[in-house]
Design a protein around this ligand. Structure first.
Ligand SMILES: *Cc1c(COP(=O)(O)O)cnc(C)c1O
Length: 458
């Protein structure tokens, strides 16, 4: 399979290239030139597979040029060994809602499902055998810990994680700052998540610095992450065959819900993909009104969705604009120079065939957690709560599957505001709670961060 950029269809890369590069050289996002569409018979055959076998079949479509199938299967199997659910995910039924718990990995958020596989791919491609790789990540909490768990103790890889000082949950910080060994560096930046992301982007765009430290990234624009997330749409759909099925997805960077869209393109008969946002509602706005205009990030009770520049939306934009790479470039240039772009009615209608969107604010989030606990005696986390809220309006008779993206224990402070119901501490992190935390606090200054990194790797 060949890969192109959303801003240049003439590029030709293989899977290994795009995995290691992350972002296309023209600033666009990598996408496959063609996506395999399964026939009904083929889908039926997939429906009886175990999670690992299904993941192997699906992911192999995207990386067959770079990994043998047998190796891929072993790699996936290894990736999910540490999960506390044998099936990797768990499905639970609550009245007419179905919850897909995606948070049984080592750091209790769905990001483990892709990140664990990515960690093993770095080994498979032997990228670090003669040149140490330095992976720099900005995080609002979950990406960082998932990356640490996946890359901890790997030979010839260092990981530098930038998180906004005092702006993530205590448990999120504890997981990040206690599981690491000596190839992991946690930096608390005196600023916001936006500032962290800006620092990382600045370092990526400084060619000399990037080459000097052999810099790499594992953020959610990496296509490899999307491929791993397609799998659980198929796997959970198969539990509801012959029914109309819609998925409600807590959304930030549009990666997870985009994986659902790819599943649909591959032939999975999904009715609707429901995009749930918090008060950072750029996606709700663009889907309902056509206007894509980032504003300043507002901190919310669902911090992992506090995103205003929703990078993966560019992949959908490519389809909306009839796969016209020149047009995508124009839209993205407009965004850069004018701070926004606008879709017309036809383009909005194109999106609405597959997506709907709803914003859930913090007050509603608390009410939803409270109501769910009262009604079902079960605690959901604030991100998952937005998806529960967004699915309420769907009345087309489809079975609703909620993507449960994080374990509630990670957001205990918020849970306590909503309910007195106890949440057991998950065994994955119980042993971390009284371990010593390791992190350094830096000013929000690019030179301070660069010097810190250079100092650690010299
Ligand atoms: C990252 C994250 C999201 C948002 O996923 P995107 O792929 O960025 O849309 C939602 N919930 C949780 C708990 C997350 O960690």
């Amino acid at each position: 399979m060949e890969y192109i950029s959303t801003r240049n269809k003439n590029l030709k890369y293989n899977f290994k290239d795009i995995f290691l590069r992350g972002l296309a050289p023209d600033g666009g996002l990598f996408i496959p030139k063609q996506i395999k569409k399964y026939s009904k018979d083929e889908i039926k055959k997939l429906s009886v597979l175990s999670y690992v076998d299904l993941a192997t079949e699906i992911i192999f479509n995207f990386c067959s040029s770079s990994i043998e199938k047998k190796k891929l299967k072993n790699l996936i199997k290894k990736s999910y060994q540490s999960f506390s659910s044998e099936e990797v995910i768990k499905l639970k039924k609550f009245g007419n809602l179905n919850l897909i718990e995606l948070y049984h990995g080592p750091t209790l958020a769905f990001k483990d499902i892709a990140m664990q596989v990515l960690g093993n791919m770095y080994d498979e491609f032997n990228v670090s055998s003669n040149n140490k790789v330095n992976i720099i990540v900005a995080t609002s909490g979950d990406t960082g810990s998932a990356a640490i768990a996946a890359l901890n103790d790997r030979k010839n890889i260092n990981v530098f994680i930038l998180h906004p000082y005092k702006k993530i949950s205590n448990i999120q910080r504890k997981i990040m700052t206690t599981i690491g060994s000596n190839n992991i560096y946690n930096i608390a930046v005196k600023g916001t998540f936006d500032d962290c992301q800006k620092l990382v982007k600045e370092m990526f765009s400084e060619n000399k610095f990037r080459e000097k430290i052999n810099m790499s990234g594992v953020n959610s624009i990496n296509w490899a992450r999307i491929t791993c997330q397609i799998v659980y749409y198929f796997y959970s759909y198969f539990k509801f065959q012959n029914k109309k099925v819609s998925f409600a997805v807590p959304t930030g960077n549009f990666g997870d819900v985009f994986a659902g869209y790819v599943a649909k393109k591959m032939g999975l008969p999904i009715q609707k993909l429901i995009v749930a946002t918090n008060e950072n509602d750029i996606l709700e706005k663009v889907i309902n009104t056509g206007k894509y205009k980032p504003t300043k990030v507002k901190p919310s009770l669902s911090p992992s969705m506090d995103v205003q520049i929703s990078s993966n939306f560019e992949r959908l934009l490519f389809d909306v604009l009839n796969e016209d790479d020149k047009k995508v470039s124009i839209f993205m240039n407009d965004l850069k120079s004018k701070g926004s772009f606008l879709l017309n009615k036809e383009q909005i209608d194109f999106i609405k065939k597959d997506f709907s969107a709803k914003k859930i604010n913090d007050k509603e989030t608390i009410e939803i957690i409270k109501g769910f606990s009262r009604e079902h005696n079960f605690v959901i986390d604030p991100h998952t709560a937005t998806a529960v809220g967004a699915s309420k309006d769907v009345k087309d008779g489809s079975e609703i599957l909620i993507l449960g993206t994080a374990h509630p224990y990670k957001f205990l402070e918020t849970i306590k505001m909503a309910t007195s119901q106890k949440v057991e501490i998950p065994k994955q992190i119980a042993h971390l709670m009284d371990k010593k935390e390791n992190y350094d606090i830096l000013e929000n200054k690019i030179n301070d961060v660069k010097n810190y990194i250079l100092g650690k790797i010299s």
